[in-house]
Design a protein. Sequence first.
Length: 323
Amino acid sequence: MTAPVVSVIIAAKNAEDTIGQSLQSLVNQAFAADELEVVVVNDGSTDDTAGVIAEFAGQLNLVDIHNTDSRGVSTARNTALEAATGSTITYLDGDDWYAPGHLRSLTDSITGLGVDFVKTNYLIVNGFNRKLRSAPCPMHNRALNPRDFILPHNASTMVDFPECWTGIYSRSMADRGLLHFAPELRTCEDRPWTWRHHLETDSFAVVDTAGLCYRKGSATSLTAIFDERQLDFIPAFRSVFAMLEARPEFRRFEQKAVRNFLSILYFQIHNRGTSMTHDVRSKLNLGAVNTLKGVDTDIIDQALHNFGEHRLPVIDSIVRRAR
């Protein structure tokens, strides 16, 4: 039996109001039934997400998995990946959607270019407003070496564009374990995932499409929460640092990884600090200090070069405690 051209993985929780649009957008991709496989994990929803998913059983080649209790987005995606049979794999959140033709453009690109993965631009949708976020790569529609697009440390690069749903990935990546998410990470799970792709795959490409629509400000989005789950960026970057320390040829990327970590640390304190409980803020400070203590002081100093005079004071006390 021929494998589907693509498996679309959706991890959804309490997405009753939005997942219908997501699934309808997949119907509108005009793939044959045997070409498109949709693997949905309903991760412990307490609303009628299951009922909405069931409405599409006759319109899509649907693999419907239900977790009675929520197991988290990383585990949900891993569960879906185990069930996926497509020659390529991509991800879609249960509150986002595709414009017609978007998915075919991605499958044609990864097949035609013969690369391990392809990344693409997306539209941020906020009510009636649309804003394009472009992948930070100047070379499009050609096979590239993933390690060539990690640096420089003080500019946005492809490791700063980590969202899994901005890409399509080869079956070989799944077979090598490169699409597995760390199950303990409830947020920031795509940061070490993306770093590993750029460190361990052979090729990638960026293509010009703008058919992926990301719904900003969704009530189900983990990017809008202010509890302890947001601290998962700390163990996420510890795993990134461990990857870089494991191989001498990767040590040249440490400055970039530290700069990433410090930028997210700044964002958490500046944008969310006042909304954190005292306990969460204390855990943030302690976790950040202990993480930075394992980094060479010279690397930290280099990462902070041109960090921004308005940003430095926000993280200064943590950096000083780590020295």
